[in-house]
Write a protein that binds this ligand. Structure first.
Ligand code: CA
Length: 398
């Protein structure tokens, strides 16, 4: 490297990593050789990016964990060759078998509800995590195992919250395969475990919550005032092929498309007319739905009026009204100021929350960038702290 080029590099904004002319990759954490995979390069490197104190708590609201027993169940199902689901095999099958440093970081981070997670939170300036069972959670299992394992996972998470009450809050995992049991687990989660939100990892074996057979879950969530976080799952079998052949089925795009579809199915099925106080949360900047509001309203009305589909009946409000009144969005995986401000603008600043998406997208630099957003102190505090305290019923600290 010439002295001039080195000087130029020293004065440019520092990304997490960048390619050198030699074909090696220079990152804050060190240099990577051409032989290393891209997966090895995209590793967290808090280092100098570690954010300082802020005049608000940083509460990250879509953070994942996985009991080791759950990964053992996944392993058993994969090893037995009983998995007929290319999305699951492509996602958890990959992370559980890959030797890349990124996969190892994710598997280690997912299983830890103690020192490692707390260190990563400290290193990235996150004061508190709202933790949920990672996708696909129990929704991939047979019904009886799913119901009993959801309880195991919730007990483990509740124990961790008891150990670290100022650092962790949690979401209640349920098995939609058995809506009655799921409703009971919501009640147990709220009354016995002290958790105040529910995690559902999108579709359950290709079925959507827009089907009234699942609506006991909504009734319980509304009754107990627990928002439901609708988090992505890998794409169902009958949807994945054109995404997967291009490598676009995962977090890069497919997750958002499928979860956004799921949210819209819930809205257009009339769920919020039946359960008007129900609140849901969607990540990844609302899975792009805030950007779609105008067209959704226009085309939903046009489609209903034309009576084109038996399945699309009139509902009481516009699609955008449900999104503004019954949904919160988090910026998990989208540490991008214009998208955050746009969502605050069209949904309201009380509806947009911070999330990191740990351990999948663990980046201290992203926290520092968001601290520096050109946004009023009042809105920034709502985004990072007070909206989360309200939505997840987290007691403000003295
Ligand atoms: Ca996530």
């Amino acid at each position: 490297m010439t002295a001039k080029f080195r000087q130029k590099l020293a004065h440019r904004p520092r990304p997490e990593y960048f390619w050198l002319h030699s074909g090696t990759c220079q990152g804050r954490a060190g240099r990577y050789d051409r032989g290393m995979s891209q997966a090895d390069i995209l590793l967290p490197s808090p280092g100098s990016a570690r954010p300082g104190k802020a005049p608000y708590l940083r509460i990250a609201t879509e953070e994942a964990f996985a009991p080791k027993e759950m990964l053992e169940i996944y392993r058993r199902l994969i090893d037995k060759g009983e998995v007929d689901d290319p999305g699951f095999k492509g996602l958890m099958g990959f992370y559980m078998s890959s030797t890349s440093a990124r996969a190892k970081h994710i598997i280690a981070g997912l299983q830890d509800l103690g020192d490692l997670r707390l260190k990563h939170m400290d290193d990235s300036g996150v004061d508190m995590q709202v933790i949920a069972l990672t996708s696909p959670g129990v929704q991939f299992m047979e019904t009886a195992e799913a119901v009993s394992f959801a309880q195991v996972a919730n007990d483990q998470l509740a124990d961790a919250i008891r150990r670290h009450p100022t650092r962790f809050a949690g979401m209640i995992a349920v098995a939609p395969q058995d809506p009655t049991a799921a409703a009971k687990e919501i009640e147990r989660g709220v009354t016995k475990l002290g958790m105040h939100s529910v995690i559902i990892n999108s579709h359950t074996k290709g079925e959507y919550l827009s089907d009234p057979k699942f609506w006991d879950i909504f009734a319980a969530a509304e009754q107990h005032n627990t928002p439901i976080y609708l988090h992505p799952n890998s794409l169902p079998k009958n949807m994945i092929q054109p995404f997967q052949e291009a490598g676009l089925d995962g977090a890069i795009y497919g997750f958002g498309v499928e979860t956004g579809l799921h949210a819209l199915r819930i809205i257009t099925a009339g769920v919020f007319d039946r359960f008007p106080k129900l609140q849901m949360i969607i990540g990844h900047m609302g899975e792009a739905l805030p950007f779609w509001l105008y067209r959704l309203d226009y085309m939903h009305r046009a489609t209903v009026l034309s009576q084109r589909y038996e399945s699309m009946k009139p509902v009481k409000k516009r699609v955008s009204e449900y999104l503004k009144e019954n949904f919160y969005v988090t910026n998990s995986g989208v540490a991008w100021e214009p998208a955050i401000k746009f969502s605050q603008d069209v949904l309201g600043a009380d509806r947009v929350l911070y999330a990191m998406d740990y351990p999948y997208q663990y980046e201290a630099a992203e926290v520092a960038n968001l601290d520096n957003m050109d946004m009023s102190a009042e809105l920034k505090k709502k985004f990072f702290q007070t909206n989360a305290e309200r939505v997840f019923n987290i007691k403000p600290r003295p």
